[in-house]
Write a protein that binds this ligand. Sequence first.
Ligand SMILES: Cc1cc2nc3c(=O)[nH]c(=O)nc-3n(C[C@H](O)[C@H](O)[C@H](O)COP(=O)(O)OP(=O)(O)OC[C@H]3O[C@@H](n4cnc5c(N)ncnc54)[C@H](O)[C@@H]3O)c2cc1C
Length: 750
Amino acid sequence: MMSFRRDYITKPIFKWAKTALPALSETEAEAISSGDVHFEAELFSGKPDWTMLRKMKAPTLTAEEQAFVDGPCRAFCDMLDNWQIDRVDGDLPKEAWDYLRENGFFGMIIPKEYGGKGFSAYAHSEVVRYISSRSVAGAVTVMVPNSLGPGELILQFGTQEQRDDWLPRLASGKELPAFGLTSEDAGSDASAMVDEGVICKQEWQGEEVLGIRLNWAKRYITLSPVCTVLGLAFQLRDPDGLLGDTPDIGITCALVPTDLDGVETGRRHLPSGTMFMNGPTTGKDVFIPLENIIGGPDYAGKGWMMLMSALAAGRGISLPSLSAAGTALAAHTTGAYARVRKQFNMPIGLFGGVQEPMARIAANAYTIDAGRRLTTAALDEGHKLAVISAIMKYHATTRMRESINDAMDVHSGKAVIDGPLNYLQPHYRAIPIGITVEGANIVTRNLIIFGQGAIRAHPHLLDEMQALQEPDPEKSLTDFDKHFWAHVGHSTRTFFRGWWSAWTGRGDVPDNAGDIAPLYARLSRWSAAFAVTADMAFLTLGGELKRKEMISARLGDALSEMFLVSAALKRWEDDGRHEADLPLVQYAAEVSFNRIGRALDETIANFPARWVGWLLRPTLLPRSRSRGPSDKLAEQCAMILYHPSQTRDRLVGPLHPGEPDSGQGLLDTAYRMVIDAEPLTKRLRKLKQSPADALKAGALTDAEFAQLQRVDAAVQKVVAVDEYSPEEIAAMFPDAPQHPDSFTPREAAE
Ligand SMILES: Cc1cc2nc3c(=O)[nH]c(=O)nc-3n(C[C@H](O)[C@H](O)[C@H](O)COP(=O)(O)OP(=O)(O)OC[C@H]3O[C@@H](n4cnc5c(N)ncnc54)[C@H](O)[C@@H]3O)c2cc1C
């Protein structure tokens, strides 16, 4: 029976699959084996195991980590002034740089035995989040040495000598690292770089040694203008066979001290007006000994695998934490501003039109932070999250962009006029940086999330692909037969589950799910529908799916939204199941369900094989899809930002408060004063009188009148924007041609 199935049914499919499924290149296979899967694999299975999610420990800080956030982190932030950094000095103040070095900020991920802080992924994320709430330039400066770069690479792959030699100096800040991957000719397709290292012999410290002669031209490298060591990625070649018989060894990562002859650093780019250190670097015939390869000569040519592996941690922490901070700041300031700013004699936050963006900001702040916590918890369990980190990179930065834009719209002119009082502009300017770095968002959405997710997280696909690549033909067919039929069984069960739950609205719900039980059920339903649609994409498109980027992107969207809803459900439970927080979870889930429905609908509509649509649409999408959050839910979420409450505090989390006279400090003061004076303003509204008339009529006491005047003055300070005299403008642009006074229109007309 077994051989009949294998020889007569599986064999033709096996032959077809060999041509239809893409062969894994060595680089791809290495990259795939360098990461692992986590909860996204459950979502991919069509029947998520909710116990796995719920039993994960909520991340917390140790006393030492908390003290670091409350102490040195706060002190560092107090030294930063965005206007001074971005518009005047073009750099962090020297005392801030010194403080970072002296207080171990550059060694957060380095273990204590090497003099580092040995912080958890969550603590690292909390530090980046807090600093980002104050200054993007400050945050990026701290982020890079702790993310992808020499520190992370040496930790994961370095030899013991490299660890002993480099890690203490990196931890103490004696060495400042930068990571050089992107080159003048290769951006997203970094593997196409032509930066080159050639194996050769040369004199080094008085002896002739085997080493590498490097030539590179890198661009956009953060910290390169000031770094002391470059973690350099290049193509390694051995044309003279000095290492072996492989002339093209492949991408390799090595440590290159910047004081070596031929290294050029120092020139700067100006990244979107956010003045952290970033610039090009070139190297001309720079010689390094072979021992400088990270991991030693055994790791020559393994650079791509190393980068993929190291990227998984950094990508899951740095930009999601920065995005969580930017969105939380948008939530906090927009809620407060919408309460103090009045138009048509009403706080603008009471208008439905303003509540809509406020609700989006609130739900985004909730979801991004939920995703950040789940991701760092999984990283702290030791996982290398290739797919989840790509999901978080893309969706956290995209939702931050949406939220900052919404905050700008609500603040209107206040947010447009630049100057020290503007607390949104630094984040607005930095949006494109987050979108571009660590995998530009379009390529991450279209190629990486589902492209990697499909192979890694699907319960059978990787096994099938590996079986197809097995060199022994008999074993290849036998293995394929086993995995293919397991796949068929899985697909059949998922198809019926998808059909049943789409038609009945029922799905798996874990025990004791409480108020969010219906959301679990709907997520289970979407997981089944997604799994069936993804399987149909593999079946009908095979390797072609790689090139059908729009289909791949939509499937990636559905997977990502499911991950984010799972994170929101987990957060609600971890936070203590507060009823008052429910609108945030519900709004977030409704947005995601709507997006998942649309993504699957559009995927099905665009399958080249029309019969797939006829089969899948009535099976999986029998009813019109979720319409998204109701207006009532939107109003509830907006009011969470509008009124002070514990829900609001939980949502916004710790943010740097700004000085009392900063834009943010003035807003916080006015917000409190407006709320304190609310009984008086309500009384006036009922009387339909101005404060002066009410005072005259005896409806207000002198003290109450004075309080209202103080409130008014505080609000005026908030809505005020920066303005400059012609002399001040001339000082800002000293090289600009100065127009004579007569050049004003009025005088010109005379
Ligand atoms: C401020 C800043 C800091 C940086 N820091 C560093 C650093 O420290 N170290 C470092 O090595 N690099 C760094 N980078 C480089 C960064 O990683 C690259 O900019 C990024 O990889 C994109 O490359 P690119 O800008 O050349 O765009 P390109 O690769 O030319 O891409 C252009 C557009 O095409 C899209 N695209 C490309 N290929 C595909 C595809 N197959 N499918 C769909 N869309 C695609 C991209 O998403 C993008 O939207 C930094 C960049 C900036 C701007």
